[in-house]
Design a protein around this ligand. Structure first.
Ligand code: PHB
Length: 390
C-alpha cells in the first residue's frame, strides 16, 4: 500500500513539474448535506480572494480542486486527500471544516511534500500532528477562554457547560472551565453530548435543574447550533434568566434571521463578525457576498478561507511555484497582514493564527438586519490551548 503510494506520488510529481504553470490547491469541505452552507462559505472566501487579488501568482495560475466530505468522516477525508495528491497532483491541501477530517489527513503531508492550510477545524492539537500544518481560522480554546472572563465580569458565579463530545468541544469546555475557575467562578456540571444530538430538550431540563446562572455551550456551526439556540428559547431558559454564553459558532450571521428577535442580546466571543468595521472587511463582504449570490448567507468559514488563500499565495510566491512544503511553510512563519477580521499573524512556533477576539452582542442594525455587534476587544490572542498543552 505504502509502496504504491510512493510510486504513484513520483508520477504525480513529474506530472506537476511538467505543468508548473498551473498550481493546484485541493480543498476538502462539506459541499453537500446539512453543512453545505459552511462549505459554500469556503468557496465564497476563495472566490472573493481571487476576485480581489487575481487567480495567478507571478506566472503560476492557481486552480482549485474541490472534494466533498459532507459530515465529519476521517476515513473519507484521508482517502480524498490521498487522491488529490496522487491523482490530481495538488501542491497544497486546504479547507477542512471538521477536526477529525484534518487530523486524518495530516499524517500524509510529510511524505507527500504538501502543506495543509486549515480554513476552519479548531482543535488546538491539530497543528502538532505535522510540521506542515498552518491554520487561519481559530481554536475553541482561543474563542472560549475570553468568555470565562466576560462571565465573571458580569457577576456570574455558577455555570454549567454543554459541549459536543469531540475535539473542539472538549477544548472549549476545558478552556472555559480552567479560565472561569482561575477567575474564582464555579462550573457546577459539564455535559458532553454526542455530535449527532439534535433533540436538546432533555439537556435544557438538566441545565434548569443544575441551578446554574448561566450555560456555556459549544457545538460546531450548522443546523444543530441553530437547533440548540432555538431549544434554549423554546424551553424557557431565556425567560427563566439563565444566561446563554458561547463562542460565536452559536450565532453565525447566516442563522440570525431564523432566530429573529429572540436572539437579541446574546453574548458570544469570536474572531470575526460580518459587521466588523474596516475597509478590508467592507471589500471582503462585498466580494464574498457576490460569490455567494445571497449576502445573508455569509459566515465565518469564508474569512478562514480568504486568509488561507492569502497564506497559500505567499507560499507560492516564496517557492517560485516549486513543490517544497518545508520552504513554503517556513516562508509564512511570522507572516502578518490586515485581515477582514483585524490584524493577524501566523505564530512562527505554533503555525496558528494570532488575532483579536471580540465580545459581540446580537443586535439589530439600522437597516433591520441582525448582526453580531462588536462591543469589546481582547487584542492579539495566541492559542492558549497549545500553551496549556506544553
Ligand atoms: C471543528 O470540527 O473543529 C469545528 C467545526 C465547526 C465549528 C468549530 C469547530 O464551528
Amino acid at each position: 500500500m505504502k509502496k504504491f503510494f510512493v510510486a504513484a506520488l513520483a508520477t504525480a510529481l513529474l506530472t506537476s513539474t511538467a505543468l508548473a504553470d498551473t498550481i493546484k490547491v485541493g480543498v476538502i469541505g462539506p459541499f453537500s448535506g446539512p453543512f453545505a452552507l459552511q462549505g459554500k462559505n469556503f468557496q465564497a472566501g476563495i472566490q472573493a480572494y481571487q476576485a480581489l487579488n487575481g487567480d495567478s501568482v507571478g506566472d503560476h495560475k492557481v486552480e482549485i480542486v474541490y472534494r466533498d466530505v459532507p459530515q465529519a468522516d476521517p476515513a473519507q477525508s484521508a482517502a480524498l486527500a490521498q487522491e488529490l495528491v496522487v491523482k490530481e497532483g495538488v501542491q497544497y491541501l486546504a479547507g477542512f471544516y471538521f477536526t477529525p477530517d484534518a487530523m486524518a489527513a495530516a499524517p500524509l503531508l510529510e511524505q507527500a511534500n504538501v502543506p495543509m492550510v486549515i480554513f476552519n477545524a479548531a482543535t488546538s492539537a491539530i497543528v502538532t500532528k505535522s510540521p506542515y500544518v498552518v491554520r487561519t481560522s481559530f481554536t475553541t480554546w482561543q474563542t472560549s477562554a475570553p468568555m470565562a472572563k466576560v462571565a465573571k465580569a458580569k457577576g456570574i458565579e455558577k455555570v454549567i457547560t454543554v459541549v459536543s463530545d469531540y475535539g473542539p468541544g472538549v477544548d472549549s469546555e476545558t478552556a472555559f472551565k480552567t479560565t472561569f475557575e482561575a477567575e474564582g467562578g464555579t462550573v457546577v456540571e459539564s455535559i458532553r453530548m454526542p455530535l449527532s444530538t439534535n433533540d436538546f430538550s432533555p439537556i435544557m431540563q438538566r441545565i434548569k435543574d443544575s441551578g446554574a446562572q448561566a450555560v456555556f455551550a459549544f457545538l460546531p456551526s450548522g443546523p444543530t447550533t441553530l437547533g440548540f439556540v432555538k431549544s434554549y428559547n423554546e424551553n424557557g431558559l431565556r425567560d427563566a434568566g439563565v444566561t446563554l454564553l458561547a463562542p460565536g459558532d452559536l450565532t453565525q450571521e447566516s442563522d440570525l434571521p431564523a432566530l429573529g428577535d429572540s436572539a437579541l442580546g446574546l453574548l458570544t466571543t469570536f474572531h470575526y463578525a460580518v459587521s466588523h468595521d474596516s475597509p478590508e472587511n467592507k471589500a471582503f463582504v462585498e466580494a464574498a457576498g457576490k460569490a455567494l449570490g445571497n449576502p445573508a448567507e455569509l459566515s465565518f468559514p469564508a474569512v478562514g478561507a480568504f486568509d488561507g488563500m492569502h497564506v497559500i499565495y505567499k507560499m507560492i510566491e516564496a517557492t517560485g511555484g516549486k513543490q517544497d512544503a518545508k520552504a513554503a511553510v517556513d516562508a509564512v512563519k511570522g507572516l502578518a497582514w490586515m485581515s477582514p477580521r483585524g490584524p493577524v499573524e501566523i505564530d512562527p512556533e505554533t503555525r496558528h493564527i494570532t488575532q483579536n477576539i471580540y465580545l459581540r452582542e446580537v443586535a439589530k442594525a439600522d437597516d433591520g438586519t441582525y448582526i453580531n455587534k462588536e462591543i469589546q476587544t481582547f487584542e492579539k490572542q495566541g492559542d492558549p490551548g497549545l500553551a496549556a498543552a506544553k
